[in-house]
Design a protein around this ligand. Structure first.
Ligand code: NAP
Length: 439
């Protein structure tokens, strides 16, 4: 059993225990992650005591700087940033790291956001901004513009992080466009708490500013889409929230403590599970029970249910067989059109057509906001039960199922986040799904 936790002052709303609990489950390891709220005067003594009990701890506001004096060693990044958020206890020594830096660089990589030779605007100059500025400097941004409400305070706080390629300007100047960045700055990163719950109607910059840039990252993860990001999305810009970074910085801490690499697909699954608007998408062979299970699952979880085939039939006012008669390609294009529509919905259970996995576009749309579950039912059972008359691809006979299974199995497996064996009773299968979704 490994013992971990988070040290901070006010931790009531921390998502960290949930992130680490989900990770322990994914990695099948026994672990605990506790919250430690301490007064500033006790921080040093606390770190000394916990170093004898725990494998490590995370550190958050306001102790990311203060805790450095308790440590024997700090990493290169932590030194540059001037703050730690992860402490590893090993052989009587205390090692400090800053995984916000790695969380942010993996967020950029995951979302294909290129920093090299770009102009980057950072809103805010606090603790998180320090990690972000260090990261974009290391990634060789051409120029970095820091926008702060108090230029002197920000300049003195950032100290040695500022060099000739970094300018600090006021929000007023930024809004007025009195800077070169307005012409060709491509990326804006919000490192202020403006727009965070409960002040969800606030945005750190006006719509005019948003029109002039291409990519928007908000470190805020509650709400999932801030006003700032929503505006950017509506204007057709790339917009990314802070959830992936939050999860990744936690996972990067675990990588240090456990001395192992944790794959991006695990980070992706955990990030999605923390988003309570997530969809559950069931894929699998015709006759595997997707529609039946989907409807029951939605009922149990009090979520809306959409059967893609029925949705498509209603919208087109034609049956699947009639649409297939026109041609499979025609059918697949229509299927993608409606999957695009369905995937914009939130917090729903979706049962898909058996061939949905044949289109990478379909799966990209469904995976963006959904956990994909492959319902794997033994082929023998499907063949026993299936009614082939209503299934256009099976009109030639049940033997066709063997070919479809061979053709699609790899696709079902590779697109799924989880595989559920549909061998037992309906209740057991539903419980298995509810269990992996942590509902
Ligand atoms: P912080 O150290 O308190 O810094 C906040 C910064 O925002 C300061 O520069 C502050 O300026 C500025 N600011 C605050 N209110 C403002 C306003 N109304 N208008 C303009 N500027 C304002 O906080 P932090 O640790 O950097 O965190 C900042 C945000 O990032 C928070 O929302 C936090 O939840 C988020 N965050 C997310 C992750 C993640 O993993 N996704 C990680 C770290 C932080 P002054 O100095 O003038 O007050």
């Amino acid at each position: 059993m490994i013992k971990l936790g988070l040290l901070g002052k006010h931790l009531g709303h921390s998502l960290s225990p949930k992130i680490h609990k989900l990770l322990f489950k994914e990695l099948k390891i026994q672990g605990s992650y506790d919250l430690f709220q301490e007064e500033e005067k006790n921080v040093h003594a606390f770190i000394e005591r916990i170093s004898k009990e725990n494998l490590g701890i995370n550190v958050t506001i306001p102790y990311k700087i203060k805790s450095i004096s308790s440590l024997d060693w700090i990493s290169k990044e932590a030194k540059k940033i001037g703050a730690v958020n992860t402490i590893f206890f090993n052989n009587g020594k205390k090692y400090g790291y800053n995984t916000d830096y790695f969380g942010f660089s993996r967020l950029l990589e995951y979302n294909n956001i290129e920093i090299y030779n770009k102009k980057v605007v950072v809103l805010g100059a606090g603790g998180a901004a320090r990690a972000i500025i260090t990261c974009v400097k290391d990634l060789k941004a051409k120029d970095i513009i820091i926008v702060a409400r108090n230029i002197e305070k920000a300049t003195s706080q950032l100290g040695s992080l500022i060099n000739k390629n970094i300018k600090v300007i006021s929000f007023n100047d930024f809004e007025k466009g009195n800077i070169e960045a307005k012409k060709d700055g491509e990326i804006v990163i919000n490192c202020t708490p403006v727009g965070m719950f409960p002040n969800v109607d606030e945005s750190p910059v006006s719509d005019n500013v948003i029109r002039n840039y291409e990519v928007f990252v908000d470190l805020i993860y509650n709400p999932i889409e801030t006003k700032f990001l929503k505006k950017a999305r509506i204007l057709g810009k790339k917009s990314v929230n802070g959830m992936f970074m939050l999860v990744t910085q936690g996972i990067a801490s675990e990588e240090i403590w456990l001395n192992r690499k944790i794959e991006n697909n695990i980070i992706e699954k955990i990030s999605k599970k923390l988003n309570d608007k997530i969809n559950i998408v069931l894929i699998g062979m015709p006759g595997c029970g997707k529609s039946f299970l989907g409807e029951k699952l939605a009922g149990k979880l009090k979520m809306e249910f959409i059967d893609c085939d029925k949705y498509l039939e209603n919208r087109e006012e034609k049956s699947i067989s009639e649409l297939f008669e026109i041609g499979e390609e025609y059918f697949r294009n229509i299927e993608t059109k409606y999957i695009r529509e369905i995937s914009l919905k939130e917090n729903i259970v979706i049962s898909t057509g058996g061939g949905v996995v044949k289109s990478p576009e379909n799966m990209k749309l469904l995976k963006k906001n959904g956990i994909v579950i492959f319902i794997n039912r033994p082929l023998k059972k499907i063949i026993e039960d299936i009614d082939t008359k209503s299934r256009p691809l099976l009109l030639e006979g049940k033997e066709k199922l063997y070919n479809l299974y061979k053709e699609r199995l790899d696709l079902y497996e590779s697109y799924s986040d989880y595989i559920i064996e549909n061998k037992n009773s309906v209740d057991e299968v539903l419980n298995d799904i509810i269990n992996i979704m942590d509902k």
